[in-house]
Ligand binder design. Sequence first.
Ligand SMILES: [Zn+2]
Length: 155
Amino acid sequence: MTPPIFRKCPTCGERQLGIVNKSHTTSVYHDGSEYVVSIPDLDLFWCSNCGHQIVPMDSEERLMTALRQAAVLLTPEEIRDNRFRLGSSQKKLASELGVTEDMLSRWEAGLLIQTRALDNLLRAFFSLPSLRSYLSKSEKPILPAVDSTPVPVLS
Ligand SMILES: [Zn+2]
């Protein structure tokens, strides 16, 4: 066993900041909504003197995964697997969805979480062949009016 390494705490200045594995609950804002995210065993820097804690980079990723679960959003693997299933490239899918290729590659790499509206679009795109064919056309057909019944004019 390597002895624990203690770093200097940025809050109290004591050399008491060590890695602990503890339950961590935090609220995360995403896309205008607040989500309470709880992880029972997260590695954190924790100061035994003042209680200050810092979430390290590797733990950050677990928080993003928990946030996706809390918000019920497609995971990076689900987005990539569905794209593979359709035999599409990142460039082609991004263009059909109307997002940048960079954004799509960040979703698939787990570096960025899509908004609810784009998650809905992704799910619809992956489920509906008619939507895929509609979005693949560079000239979108003009939509028929939803209700063509004339509105009665009251005198
Ligand atoms: Zn401290």
